[in-house]
Every structure is written in C-alpha cells, then in structure tokens.
Design a protein around this ligand. Structure first.
Ligand code: NAD
Length: 295
C-alpha cells in the first residue's frame, strides 16, 4: 500500500461536525482549510469565523493550544476554492441534503487535485449517488467517512466505498484515521444510514414513541437512556439537541425514503415533537434551543 501523505485537509462545512473535525485535525498538527458559505455581512461575521471562535469557547477546549487555531485557515467557496488544489484530503460535512451536497461537488470539482481523497461525512445518504456528479478522474478517490458526534471523543469512524472506489483509497484512509486520528474504523456497506445510524435511529424512534405513549418527560427518559443504560454521556433528548434536530430529521428521512416497506419498523416518520421544534427554528444546541431550552 502506498503511503498517504496528508499535508493539508479541506473540511467543507463549519457546522457542528465540520468545525470539530477541523479541531481534531489541527490538534494532531494537520493543517486545515475550513470552508463554508461566504459571509453575508463581511468576513468577521462569517460562518467559519464564528465556528472557530465557538471552538475556543467549548469546554474542554477543542483547540488544545493557541497555535492550533492558527492551523485553521478560513475559507469560502466563492473566493477561495483554489485552496482545494493543495489539499490531500477533502472531508465534506455540509448539511444532510443530497441536493445541496451534489451542487457543492459540481462547484468544487474543477479545483480538486486528481490525487486527493474526497470523502463525505454524511450520516447515511447514498455514497454512490453522491459520487455520480464527480468527474471520472475523482470517482475512484471518493468514499464515505462517517465520524460520530462529538468527533474528538467518539472512537468510531465508518468508511464506506462505492462500486468505483479504489480499494487502496479505503486502506490509506483507514491507516490515517487510525494512526493519525486515533479512531477505530468499521467498513460499512453503502446502505441507508450505514450501520450505526440504521440501528441507532430505530432505537431513538422507539424511545420517542414510548415517551409519548406513557407521557414521560424528557428528563425522565434521559435519566433512563443515558448513563444508566451504559451511554457515556447524555440520554435520548439531550443527544438530539447536541446532534441538531434538523440533522436528526434528515437522517430519519433517509430511512423513511429508502425503507418504506420494512416490516420490522413500520414507521420512520419524523416524530411530531421533533417536527414542531424544527418548525419554530429550535434546532438544538446550535440555535440555543431545542428539547431542553425553549424558544
Ligand atoms: P450543521 O447544520 O451544524 O452544519 C451544516 C453546515 O452546512 C452549515 O455550516 C451550513 O452553513 C452549511 N451549508 C448549508 N447549506 C449549504 C449549502 N447549500 N452548500 C454548502 N454549505 C451549506 O450540520 P452538521 O451537524 O455539522 O452535519 C454536517 C454533516 O455531518 C451532515 O451530513 C450530517 O448528517 C453529518 N453528521 C452529523 C452528525 C451530528 O451529530 N450532527 C454526526 C455525524 C455526521
């Protein structure tokens, strides 16, 4: 296997996952170009600037030492796509929408190095469908790289190949993810929501349903489904707030769209309390309100 020399990584999306993946990379001294949509009100108020400032405030601080922040170069797709040419690995972590991801891939394709590995952090969209808009030269270098939230602490990374991914790409990425990033890798098939979210979302939906059936409050459910059930941190509803309620709804929809006739879990509809919060713009921690803090 040829060595995968990762001199610089582009992370596309400075949201919940992208910003923290960037932090993890710079903590192990891999320079990052962190991209998001251009700022509407000038660079100082931009999405990426806010994300980097937010990383400094998180506890424990994801940016280990002050120099780590300097290893994150801030960028947007309108002005800085040329920077992609120097990146050996591109990790796409924009919102969980197939159409938005495909638009972005079409836009950035001319700037990608033919030797770069390009990988999506999608929670469960089809990696094969995502690859379809990429140039033939890039398709063999494309795969899924699914980190878990919070990506600095969660050990698991799912790697997902398409039928056209060169096997060497997954070997190189697995070596980087385990050796440089200290994670464990599971190679998953390109099925809806891969492995962990296929199982996890079914459990979450069952929990929502039973909470409603028995009229249980969020904190009672979380008390039971958190540490007492062996989870390292929070229970179902607090986890939903951390994940982002819009993202959770998109991940549920992937199962709804793809497994309509699954006899085992007949309903993958977005639960009403989740839909109601999203409609109010309460998307969890990232908007400051969700199941726990009301708008
Ligand atoms: P997020 O909502 O926090 O951030 C998404 C980012 O995408 C935002 O910064 C936004 O500006 C950007 N964006 C929105 N529309 C865009 C467009 N049309 N073009 C380009 N950029 C656009 O989302 P997130 O939670 O960081 O999720 C990102 C990806 O990671 C998704 O695919 C999600 O399924 C996946 N993921 C999320 C979690 C989680 O717990 N949140 C865990 C694992 C994987």
């Amino acid at each position: 296997m040829s060595r995968f020399n990762v001199r610089k990584v582009a992370v596309l999306g400075a949201g919940v996952m992208g910003a923290q993946i960037a932090a993890h990379l710079v903590n192990v001294k891999v320079p990052v170009v962190l991209f998001d949509l251009p700022a509407k009100e000038g660079p100082k108020n931009g999405i990426v600037t806010k994300a980097v400032e937010g990383l400094k405030k998180l506890k424990p601080a994801p940016l280990g030492v002050p120099e780590d922040a300097a290893l994150i170069q801030q960028a947007n797709y309108e002005e800085h796509s040329e920077l992609l040419r120097d990146c050996d690995l591109i990790i796409e972590a924009i919102a969980e929408r197939m159409d938005w991801k495909l638009d972005l891939y079409t836009k950035i394709a001319p700037f990608l190095s033919p030797n770069a590995i390009v990988a999506s952090n999608t929670s469960g969209l089809s990696i094969t469908k995502l690859s379809e808009v990429l140039p033939e030269s890039i398709k063999p270098n494309f795969c899924g790289i699914h980190f878990f939230n919070p990506p600095r602490y969660m050990a698991l990374v799912e790697l997902i190949a398409t039928p056209t991914t060169r096997p060497e790409i997954l070997d190189q990425l697995e070596s980087f993810v385990t050796t440089a990033l200290g994670k464990s890798v599971v190679r998953a098939k390109d099925t809806p929501n891969f492995v962990a979210n296929r199982v996890g979302i079914a459990g979450i939906l069952a929990t929502f349903k039973e909470a409603e059936n028995y009229g249980l409050s969020y904190d009672v459910v979380d008390d039971l489904t958190g540490k007492k059930m062996g989870r390292a941190s929070s229970g179902t509803f607090r986890t939903a707030d951390v994940v982002g309620l819009d993202t959770m709804s998109h991940v549920i929809k992937t199962l709804q769209d793809n497994l309509k006739d699954d006899p085992f879990f007949p309903s993958y509809a977005t639960p009403a309390p989740l839909a109601a919060l999203i409609a109010k713009g309460a998307l969890g921690q990232k908007t400051g309100a969700g199941f726990y803090k009301k708008v």
